[in-house]
Design a protein around this ligand. Sequence first.
Ligand SMILES: Cc1cc2nc3c(=O)[nH]c(=O)nc-3n(C[C@H](O)[C@H](O)[C@H](O)COP(=O)(O)OP(=O)(O)OC[C@H]3O[C@@H](n4cnc5c(N)ncnc54)[C@H](O)[C@@H]3O)c2cc1C
Length: 378
Amino acid sequence: MAAAATDPGGWRDRARAFAEREVVPIAAAIDRDDRIPDRVLRALADERFAGLGLPPEWDGAGGDTRATAAVLEELARASAAVAVTLAVHLAVCARPILDHGTDAQKERFLRPLARGERIGAFALTEPGAGSDSAALTTRYQRRPEGFTLRGTKMFTSNAVSAGTVLVFATHDPTLGHRGISAFIVPPGTGGFSVAQRLDKLGLRGSETTELVLDDVRLPPDALLGSEGSGLRIALEALTGGRVGIASCALGVAQAAFDTLRDAVRRDDAEWKRIRLARAYAELASARSLIEVAAARKDRGEPYVREASVAKLVASRAAVSIASAGIDVGGPAAARAEAAASRLYRDARVFPIVEGTTEIQELILGRSLAAGSDGRTDN
Ligand SMILES: Cc1cc2nc3c(=O)[nH]c(=O)nc-3n(C[C@H](O)[C@H](O)[C@H](O)COP(=O)(O)OP(=O)(O)OC[C@H]3O[C@@H](n4cnc5c(N)ncnc54)[C@H](O)[C@@H]3O)c2cc1C
């Protein structure tokens, strides 16, 4: 009974068993080779994780935000790359199609994503437009037979294997956010190519790429939502995505905490105990903030501020606890192949993805300055 109350649907238990069986044995190889084996992605689909949070009506697996957070945390505890691949697929590709797609688009694009037959990607960032996404310059033109896209996208996760990429483009850069629309680009679309796969500090195994869109021709039904609503769709997806990325950071923080605790048990020098205590406080705050944000989202309440603070605190906790793991582990922990080193490198990327720390602070500052007293119930 108690397990069911804290883990409705048994998602956390299933994810932990899956991670231990399929991911832990190859986590170091994923990092070293910078590649997640296809069989792991297929196994994720077989477990129905690729359809988490999506309704059965569209072949989703059900489960709420809390269930998704638990699954991402357990996967990230084993491999941050695997968890982030799933987080991006669910929150910033499948979810916006569910929320803004027509039934025909859901039939064609959402079903295969929910079944895990295709991986989803989200292409907003460009070489000259990251935090300020309204400054993007990838252009679209209306044509009688649909749309044409031209431009370059940067840091797109999942794009090599992706079956479906959401691409954001502007009709006219002088219109700012009002000019931006979202397009669903299916696999094999002409003119759409991966220019380079980026070699990263952390989250190695999660594909991060530069994409080139060279006269990509799309039919009229590639447009997601209405023209001009693209940035709203992107920002809404990123808010949900922050709860997922916070959960991935929490999984890395938990793995780093476990390693730290084992080290302190072997040698409980006072300074190490203090680091462990500090790590516990950071971990517990991150976990509580994620629970608050996920519960608000599940109740249909506003959660922009809660998602931002959860992402901010969880990514800081991951960096801080993984850094303590290096201090306590000594020179052996600093070797590239050491688990502590991988956790630190993975953790260091979380303050950047799906809105940097400074962007979360801007969102929070705006909300607090607008009159909120900082309680979660207003
Ligand atoms: C591993 C990885 C995966 C990613 N996956 C995706 C993806 O799938 N799809 C996608 O579209 N993007 C993706 N990104 C891109 C990511 O979202 C951007 O890197 C991020 O939004 C920051 O943009 P930028 O890198 O251009 O940095 P910039 O926006 O140039 O920021 C540089 C620095 O300036 C700070 N800064 C910027 N503006 C302000 C401001 N107004 N006030 C204070 N400080 C500011 C930032 O916080 C940062 O520290 C990914 C990035 C990484 C590293």
